[in-house]
Design a protein around this ligand. Sequence first.
Ligand SMILES: [Fe+2]
Length: 134
Amino acid sequence: MQALVWEDRFSVGIRQFDQHHKILFEMINSLIFAQEDNSDPDVIKNTMEQLRSYTLFHFVAEEAMLKHFGFEGLDEHIAEHGELLQQVIVYQDRVAANDGVTLDEILDFLAGWLLDHTLGMDQEYGPFLSRYSD
Ligand SMILES: [Fe+2]
């Protein structure tokens, strides 16, 4: 899989969250590079755990700000975040169980989700939050 490259169209217009999203892009790229290098399974597991943990941090920050300013689509947004986190945990369990799941499948899912979410649902809060933030 090709490394993800940040483009302006991914911006949600909120500097803090653009920064978080860029870090998530880089973390997915770390997994892509780990795959290309045929890294040790422990490296893959550690990278996935870092990604899960940073994603959780980012979601909590996003949800807290959306809640603080009374964003209407909050519940739907939280639900989509929750589905992603659950799926990451499922993949982590599958990697731990060595059930034959491929990193290709995991990367397809993660990169697809991140791009869809950043270009889709996250774009909805940009104009709303930009009234309150820089
Ligand atoms: Fe989001």
